[in-house]
Design a protein around this ligand. Structure first.
Ligand SMILES: *Cc1c(COP(=O)(O)O)cnc(C)c1O
Length: 376
């Protein structure tokens, strides 16, 4: 946690829950990544945290933006981001949204199916398109291996179709899974991508772009490799598979840029003993799955949690959200030893909560307002 955030939290007691995000940390992480991969274009995956201040700060650093929908596109455009620095990287789009993006000047679109390609051909003729290939998602705490991406042989056929449909087959993308803890995971996808470049070249299609997706981690309960390790693994792999025919490369980090830059402060609403399981102490907070922590689904993302009473005796606790919904439990199977003397009204801090929290927060479930965000 940065000094700036510490000062913000200690200067006065604010109404909880809220997210506070230190913009300097986002810029610092961007620069680290740029140093690790100097020739790679970094497109921020806006959905991780679409706050204007983040977009503006990254724009000043020279970043591009990966938008997943029209509201994100319009948000970026309103802040002065030119369409040439945006990529519409989602593979599932309404045709009307494609047309809207096209008229806003977007010229780079993702697809992973024939029907999506046909929509693109109708609504954005002549555009540059890249095909998303499937990955295994090994090593990722939030895998993305089923819903998106096509097999490599299908990708080859689709990229040929793209040309026949009057689009420009421009490249290949993949996503090795979010919160990817293994830097070597890019290598398999890069090898497949290089193979696809070579086989399409034989048919007269010269692909130009490799989109390495997101996946860079934030620091949750387990340690993760440093950004530099990812940079080395990716550069080595690109050199190995592409040699001196290096394509244009982009990376679309979301979590890795903003995750560690923010913390959520919440409050204990109730502590109760329930004798219906192995752990009996239930700690209910004023934030849960609907208030900005849906990534605790399946206990996939395990935030580091701190309280003002840390350091003394602890007891294992089940952490739950405040709503009237049975599934609004954050951690039941992951052990969270919390201070024995924790009290109602105590503050609880979730570290590295800058990504996929504020943008996910429900509008009013149970009368709980959306998560507040302070950008400092
Ligand atoms: C969500 C997403 C990203 C960002 O993923 P992170 O794991 O947060 O870095 C990048 N690219 C695409 C296409 C995405 O859908």
């Amino acid at each position: 946690m940065s000094e700036k955030i510490q000062r913000f939290l200690s200067e006065k007691r604010r109404e909880t829950p809220f997210l506070v995000l230190d913009l300097d940390l986002v810029v610092e992480r961007y620069r680290l990544l740029k140093d690790a991969l100097p020739t790679v274009g970094i497109y921020y995956a806006v959905k991780a945290n679409p706050a204007d201040e983040i977009v503006v700060a990254l724009e000043r650093e020279g970043a591009g933006f990966d938008v997943a929908g029209i509201a994100e596109l319009e948000g970026c455009a309103r802040l002065g981001i030119p369409a040439s620095r945006m990529s519409y990287g989602h593979t599932i789009k309404k045709e009307a949204d494609i047309a809207c993006a096209r008229s806003a000047g977007i010229d780079l679109f993702a697809f992973d199916s024939k029907a999506e390609l046909q929509k693109l051909a109708r609504a954005a003729p002549g555009s540059r398109v890249f095909c998303r290939i499937e990955t295994q998602g090994d090593g990722a705490e939030w895998p993305l291996s089923k819903k998106f991406g096509c097999r490599i042989d299908i990708a080859e056929a689709l990229l040929k179709d793209a040309r026949d449909l009057g689009l420009e087959p421009y490249g290949v993308s993949f996503h090795v899974g979010s919160q990817q803890t293994d830097p070597e995971q890019w290598d398999v996808a890069i090898a497949e991508t290089a193979g696809l470049f070579r086989s399409l070249e034989k048919t007269g299609i010269e692909l130009r772009l490799v989109n390495l997706g997101g996946g860079l981690p934030a620091r949750y309960l387990s340690e993760v490799p440093a950004v530099a390790r990812y940079g080395e693994a990716i550069s080595t792999s690109m050199r190995h598979h592409f040699g001196n025919q290096m394509p244009e490369i982009i990376l679309e980090p979301g979590r890795g840029l903003v995750g560690d830059a923010g913390v959520i402060e919440a409050e204990v609403v109730l502590i109760a003993d329930r004798h219906n399981g192995a752990t009996s102490r239930w700690v209910y907070l004023d934030i849960g799955k609907f208030g900005g922590l849906p990534e605790t689904i399946g206990e996939a993302i395990k935030y580091r949690i701190r309280t003002d009473r840390d350091g003394g005796e602890t007891i294992p606790s089940i952490l739950a959200g405040p709503t009237c919904e049975e599934l609004d439990v954050l951690y039941e199977h992951t052990p969270y030893p919390l201070p024995k003397d924790l009290r109602i009204g105590d503050r609880v801090v979730f570290k590295s909560a800058g990504a996929y929290t504020w943008s996910y927060s429900a509008v009013c479930f149970n009368g709980v307002p959306p998560l507040k965000q302070y950008i400092i």
